[in-house]
Design a protein around this ligand. Structure first.
Ligand code: ADP
Length: 311
């Protein structure tokens, strides 16, 4: 059985429910958490998926732990911050169906997930996994010295056979200046074996004018795999030997594109764990994401997702 560690934040999501503007339904979501859920559903018994995060000791945090366990995610690395609470966000939908988000996450327990770790201890922990995955949001919510600690530990774990995967997932509002995001991402790119960037972020942060620019820049760090979401439905991938493009037919009327990129990452990583060729892993990623955008919210019910597993 492969061992996977996903590092980052899960939050409480409040989304509009029914016709009344003040009625909301709650769920649990968060970028890397979404990936963990879909990866576990895809891998089943072939992989143990553990989540490294921090929650509080309140009832809501306990509910989140229970939800992780219901999804088959190992909670052995979910740390508890005494008196802490999870972050929360609310989805607003305007008359045209456009979505916007309000976040309450500045005091979230997840920001303190690495406060008791040393580089040696964290590197040892990461070394026990086949695959470690984190994102630019993970780096953004951590204090800068803890983000640096995570990257140093990832670097130290690699010679022990741990593969590091990183999705930059740039969120401008989480960074006080773009230069700070660039510095953090460059450090993460340098220690990662699998990169899952998107062209929008590449353009906004690095001024990248073309997918070729981006691939050339990232290849300097010699990652084993780069999968670039290059346009709405164009994916470029390379592992040094094999290079290709996968263009997919878009779902015409997506219901909700939340977690498209997160489920794409889950699809690719599950293909990688299965030892698929890069082209097949990218195709699986695109198929999973194309299904997720037909469902409301970040995480669709397990029973509905089982139709993807049969394909
Ligand atoms: P995010 O902003 O969450 O990173 P993207 O918009 O980059 O998500 O989409 C990630 C992937 O999800 C795309 O590369 C594509 O494979 C899939 N995807 C997104 N929207 C659609 C759609 N309408 N139809 C089919 N696939 C989609």
């Amino acid at each position: 059985m492969k061992r996977v560690l996903v590092i980052g934040e899960a939050m409480v999501e409040m989304r509009p429910a029914g016709d009344k503007p003040d009625h909301y339904a709650s769920a649990i979501a968060g970028d890397v958490y979404n990936t963990a859920v879909y990866l576990k559903r895809l891998a089943g018994e072939d992989a143990q998926v553990s989540f490294l995060t921090a929650l509080g000791d309140d009832a809501l945090s306990q509910r989140m732990r229970d939800t992780f366990e219901d999804e088959g995610i190992d909670t052995g690395y979910v740390r508890t911050i005494k008196g802490g609470t999870p972050g929360l966000y609310m989805i607003h939908t305007d008359d045209q169906g456009e979505r916007s988000f309000t976040y309450w996450r500045s005091a979230a327990a997840a920001r303190r997930m690495l406060e008791c770790d040393s580089i040696e201890g964290l590197a040892d922990l990461l070394s026990g996994f086949d695959l470690v995955y984190f994102s630019g949001i993970t780096l953004a919510i951590l204090p800068p010295d803890h983000a640096a600690l995570l990257i140093a530990a990832a670097e130290a774990a690699r010679p022990n056979g741990t593969t590091i995967a990183f999705d930059p997932n740039y969120r401008a509002r989480l960074w006080s200046a773009p230069e700070l995001a660039i510095a953090a991402f460059d450090n993460a790119f340098a220690v990662s074996d699998i990169l899952l960037p998107g062209m929008d972020d590449e353009h906004d942060l690095y001024g990248s004018q073309s997918p070729k620019d981006t691939i050339n820049r990232l290849q300097n760090g010699h990652p084993a795999h780069i999968v670039l979401k290059a346009g709405k439905h164009v994916h470029l991938y390379t592992n040094g030997q094999e290079t290709g493009i996968l263009t997919v037919t878009p779902v015409e009327r997506p219901v909700d594109t939340t977690a498209a990129g997160d489920s794409f990452a889950a699809g690719f990583l599950s293909g990688w764990l299965d030892g698929l060729a890069p082209a097949d892993s990218v195709a699986r990623a695109a198929r999973v994401a194309a299904f997720v955008v037909t469902q409301p919210g970040a995480i669709c019910p397990k029973t509905i997702f089982s139709s993807v597993l049969k394909q």
